[in-house]
Design a protein around this ligand. Structure first.
Ligand code: GLU
Length: 413
């Protein structure tokens, strides 16, 4: 199994070779500039003290402050957070945001923690890292198993660490009343479905009456299901960490969301049969959306994939070996750094609104997101055609052009 760090380094190296980039660019970008490890002692509800390990990785500041989410997950590792911060740099580069990549993580199982314990953990993470964060330094956001409520605690803790001054621009993905942006909660999925629509149109695949399979039913996966369902795409299968379900005629998405809210899982949904994760990935469908974790489509199962388009709502779901197999088989992969960039795009709008102290309407945000995603897609697609490379490599090339220019202008090479 490839580690996420090896994956991103291999991708960067391949892009360097394709682009004939100076070796120095690869040398400067192949590791994060800074990785901070913190220990967070948390008073648990039973009165005991438990220390959690957390990380924040800051890849590069060459384009601006670092930007990227914080995940709470039992499998978080330092290397994973490093890789995710690197993907954030390339993601911001593709959509033209003035940021470098950052990413944080805490090793914990949030589903086994009470709200009080989660609040103390979130506040402890910020206490330990406050001096390394800031609207001009490094700006966290939600990621796997974190949400706007956690961002609210973190923003409040940051204000406390700065003598009570509200720096709303330090964190994005906040609730609306305390400096959040309209449209941030659905932005990752919204951006993803724009890229699916654009890829389908380039490939001459009609989306109406097409079928979609989604691995992962968190913020990204669930909202992709809602949006594609509205476009008359049949959502045939979805999964979450407890298992996967399938219905040939399609799942009733609003009813499924209610079922998940009531029971905590997609399993047991009326009219759907239970399938395995392997079966889900191998289903015949128009679009497969991996929206869970890294390392899902590998050399072991890439031969089984039958989708026409794979849209990576998750970060790093496809290994480089699997990428090669999918490419040979003519399956188009919309890479994570483009497909899931909508989240950080609206995070950027949130940060801009925080700096201005003036807030846009949902329509204004939606229009801007659409324009940004369409332009990024078009630019990446032209790069793919001009250079005869995969869409992933094209996205890297678009991003690396900007990064290289900035590195040269700042004499960092
Ligand atoms: N965690 C999201 C991502 O991986 C969003 C990051 C952000 O909004 O800063 O892109």
């Amino acid at each position: 199994m490839s580690s996420a760090l090896t994956m991103v380094q291999e991708q960067l190296d391949e892009a360097r070779r394709l682009m004939n980039l100076p070796d120095d660019v690869y040398e400067v970008l192949k590791y994060p500039r800074r990785v901070i490890q913190v220990s967070i002692p948390v008073k648990m509800d039973d009165g005991s003290m438990k220390t959690f390990i957390g990380y924040r990785s800051q890849h590069t500041e060459v384009l601006g402050p670092c930007k990227g989410g914080i995940r709470f997950h039992p499998d978080v590792t330092q290397e994973e957070v490093m890789a995710l911060s690197m993907w954030m740099t390339f993601k911001c580069g593709v959509v033209g945001l003035p940021y470098g990549g950052g990413k944080g993580g805490v090793i914990c199982n949030p589903r086994k923690m009470s709200q009080g314990e989660l609040e103390r953990l979130s506040r402890g993470y910020i206490q330990a890292l406050a001096r390394n964060l800031g609207p001009d330094q490094d700006i966290p956001a939600p990621d796997v198993y974190t949400n706007s409520k956690i961002m609210a605690w973190m923003t409040d803790e940051y204000a406390k660490s700065r003598a009570g001054i509200n720096h709303f621009g330090v964190i994005t993905g906040k609730p609306l009343v305390i400096g959040g942006s309209a449209g941030r909660d659905t932005a990752t999925a919204q951006g993803c479905v724009f890229t699916i629509r654009d890829a389908a149109s380039k490939l001459g695949i009609p989306l109406e009456k097409s079928t979609c399979v989604i691995q992962g039913f968190g913020n990204a996966g669930c909202n992709v299901a809602v949006l594609l369902d509205e476009w008359d795409v049949t959502i045939q299968a979805v999964s979450d960490s407890s298992g996967a379900i399938y219905a040939e005629k399609g799942l009733d998405v609003p009813a499924l969301i209610r079922h998940k809210e009531e029971t905590g899982s997609v399993l047991g949904f009326a009219g759907a049969e239970e399938i395995s994760n392997e079966q889900l990935l191998a289903l015949e469908c128009t679009v497969l959306v991996p929206a869970a974790l890294e390392n899902q489509i590998t050399e072991d199962n890439a031969h089984e994939i039958k989708a026409k388009i794979v849209a990576e709502a998750a970060n790093g779901p496809t290994t480089p070996e699997a990428d090669e197999i999918l490419e040979e088989r003519g399956i188009v992969v919309i890479p994570d750094i483009l497909a899931n960039a909508g989240g950080v795009v609206v995070s950027y709008y949130e940060w801009v609104q925080n700096q201005m102290g003036y807030y846009w309407t949902a329509e204004e945000v939606a229009d801007k997101l659409q324009t940004t995603m369409e332009q990024a897609f078009e630019r990446t697609w032209s790069m793919k055609e001009d250079q005869s490379v995969s869409l992933r490599m094209a996205a890297y090339l678009v991003s690396l052009e900007r990064l290289t220019e900035a590195l040269e202008l700042r004499s960092w090479l």
